[in-house]
Design a protein around this ligand. Structure first.
Ligand code: BGC
Ligand code: BGC
Length: 625
């Protein structure tokens, strides 16, 4: 196992200072230097159409035919959540992506295509890929070395499908867990997010972008996505600039220092102004003040939200500093990529967008493509395809699961369970459901219940293989059959959701799940509750009625990481990466700064087996006790 690095106050700052002292900005260290001459030489040969093509990023489904890539000189394409080839197997992904690349290489200047994908907890659109815990779980590991390793595995799986760009990591500092994207955030602490975000960038991008196994990272969503009023997705973040800089900017500063090559601009507004057109923050702060040399990509149709006329939206966003625009729609639909290309050409002709601005955008995109060595090597190593979902990759995800579990309660040593227990009863539909284990952004955009992907192990399967041959395991999804159990493991929590559909004002556990826990408790045997959720839920009686309670977050495909801890092969080491609310009035982290508002469990809380008897020593107040 890797040595655990604890987050120490100021360590991000220290690393940054060290780099500054050595005169090495992240860019120099990570291999962007020396490419600018190649970029300039290429740029002088390019027509306006070729330049605008580099700035255009349609979704694959928006293409009429793959030949559009050649026809419009497209520099990039993406597939959104749930996108990809119809026959969802790694070999088909590789074939499809290489096919798109071949069209880019048919253009006059043979500028390679950059294909982008949301690989946000593993290469999560690909059936059979290893699925890691979502960020909230990784945040609870407080272990940058492990996250770097996990993202390196993610990079290998991404490359195995011919892709070299992940729209990750999300470095939101989520303040209000009403937000349905809270699980995409490592936590509510700026420092923790900064440190873990850097680890993720390193894991994806490797030592240099030119490294054959590195993937371009994309820090997102700039800026204030996790700070919107009431946690509303794509909403408005209201605060002065000093607060914005203090709470939400440091993860970007750190990521830029670590050499992140792309940044996605957020849907949200800051004090009423959409980020997609915020010249001050995109150009003056990110590019000029922080010296970001990579490129900015818009979010999915995000510039469309600026105003009523598409052409003006384009003008505003490009002039604000947007370098590449993500355009999900194709011909026949409003605001499609062909319209984008025409409008932007007109804007240049009308001098509403300067050629200097276009050149700056294209220079930034080409700089990354050169730094990645894509001109020399436009295709990835096919040997990596066979390794997708391999046991070695799954072992790293299992380690992440193990270290992400936070033990919130453990009365009378209910945990760890003995592997020789005579009769164990497992309850809850989620206990045998990979889809619920993985959550949103898994195979489909919003996620689904059921056996959604090949490989992987549900908790029930993991339990069955962990216990001794003599142990009887009964599975009762609805909890109707609890007879004869010596202990009960009960799995409860949230159903899968993703952006736009996950905002909630009430985070209480469902009454029928509480009833199930009460019923289990009434049998008199130890009740171990495992919670699958994208954020801390309001526990109520789930906490008082359970003998042990484990927050497992959205652990992904490797259920054995949970049994490793439940049966005591590993001690729990996870610590909360955000405070746990007592009730629905405490969902916004800001409340904890007020007097008389202690959380149920503080940031950093987490029991282990040695101190499990000594509950009061580490927890704050337990209002439900
Ligand atoms: C999300 C991004 C994602 C993009 C592409 C957007 O709706 O906000 O996080 O990268 O879609 O799927
Ligand atoms: C796509 C997502 C995207 C979302 C935004 C979905 O259809 O699959 O990737 O973020 O639309 O609306």
């Amino acid at each position: 196992m890797k040595t655990k690095q604890l987050i120490s106050p100021g360590s991000v700052v220290r690393r940054a200072t060290l780099l500054a002292v050595l005169g090495l900005s992240g860019l120099a260290v990570r291999g962007f230097a020396g490419v600018d001459e190649s970029v300039d030489a290429l740029l002088t040969q390019m027509t306006l159409d070729e330049k605008i093509g580099q700035m255009t990023q349609p979704d694959v489904h928006a293409l009429t035919t793959a030949a559009d890539i050649q026809k419009y000189f497209l520099g990039s394409i993406l597939n959104g959540g749930g996108g990809g080839p119809t026959n969802n197997v790694p070999a088909e992904w590789l074939k499809a992506v290489n096919g798109y690349q071949s069209w880019a290489l048919k253009t006059r200047l043979k500028i390679p295509l950059l294909y982008g994908v949301d690989a946000v907890h593993g290469h999560n659109n690909v059936n059979g890929a290893v699925i890691f815990p979502h960020h909230i779980g990784l945040g609870a590991t407080h272990n940058p070395a492990l996250i770097e390793q996990a993202e390196h595995i993610n990079a290998l799986e991404i490359e195995g499908t011919g892709i070299r760009w992940a729209f990750a990591p999300c470095i939101a500092v989520a303040q209000n867990e009403r937000w349905g994207r809270t699980y995409e955030s490592y936590g509510d602490s700026t420092e923790l997010v900064s440190e873990l975000g850097v680890a993720a960038v390193r894991g994806l991008q490797g030592e240099t972008l030119a490294d054959g196994t590195s993937v371009l990272a994309c820090a997102k969503h700039f800026i204030g996505d996790g700070g919107t009023v009431d946690g509303i997705d794509q909403g408005n973040t209201v605060c002065d600039e000093a607060t914005l800089r203090k709470l939400y900017l440091p993860p970007y500063q750190a990521a830029i220092k670590a050499g992140v090559g792309s940044i996605m601009v957020s849907y949200n507004s800051w004090n009423g102004q959409k980020m997609s057109a915020n010249k001050h923050l995109l150009t003056e702060v990110l590019k000029e003040e922080l010296g970001f040399k990579g490129f900015l990509v818009s979010d999915w149709a995000a510039i469309d939200q600026l105003g009523t006329e598409y052409k003006t939206d384009i003008e505003q966003s490009i002039n604000a500093g947007m370098d590449m625009v993500m355009i999900p729609y194709g011909p026949g639909q409003p605001n499609n990529f062909v319209e984008f290309i025409q409008d932007l050409k007109e804007l240049v002709a009308e001098k509403r967008v300067s050629v200097t601005r276009i050149d700056d955008a294209v220079r930034r995109i080409l700089r990354i493509k050169f730094a990645m060595g894509s001109f020399k090597n436009p295709y990835t190593d096919p040997a990596l395809t066979a390794a997708i979902g391999s046991p070695a990759h799954r072992a790293v995800a299992r380690d992440c699961v193990r270290q992400s579990l936070v033990l919130l309660k453990n009365e009378d040593h209910a945990l760890p369970l003995s592997k020789n227990i005579k009769h164990l009863t497992v309850v809850g539909q989620a206990a045998d459901d990979l889809g619920r284990q993985c959550g949103g952004w898994t195979i489909s955009w919003q996620g689904e219940t059921g056996a959604i992907t090949r490989g992987g192990t549900t908790l029930l399967t993991a339990i069955r293989s962990a216990v001794s041959p003599q142990t009887e395991v009964t599975y009762s999804a609805d909890g109707k059959n609890l007879t004869g159990a010596d202990a009960i493991i009960l799995v409860v929590g949230e159903m899968p959701y993703a952006e736009m559909k996950g905002d909630r004002t009430d985070l209480s556990l469902a009454p029928d799940e509480i009833a199930l826990i009460q019923k289990a408790k009434a049998t008199g045997v130890p009740v171990i509750t495992v919670l699958y959720s994208g954020r801390p839920q309001v526990l109520g009686q789930a906490l008082t009625e359970s003998d042990a309670l484990v927050a497992a977050w959205l652990p992904g495909t490797e259920g054995e990481g949970m049994t490793d801890v439940l049966f005591g092969d590993f001690k729990p080491t996870g610590k909360l990466s955000r405070p746990w609310p007592q009730d629905n009035s405490q969902l916004n982290s800001a409340v904890f700064a007020e007097p008389g508002q202690p959380p149920l469990f503080s940031l950093g809380f987490g029991l282990t087996y040695e101190n499990s008897k000594n509950l009061s020593a580490t927890r704050t107040t337990l209002s439900h006790d």
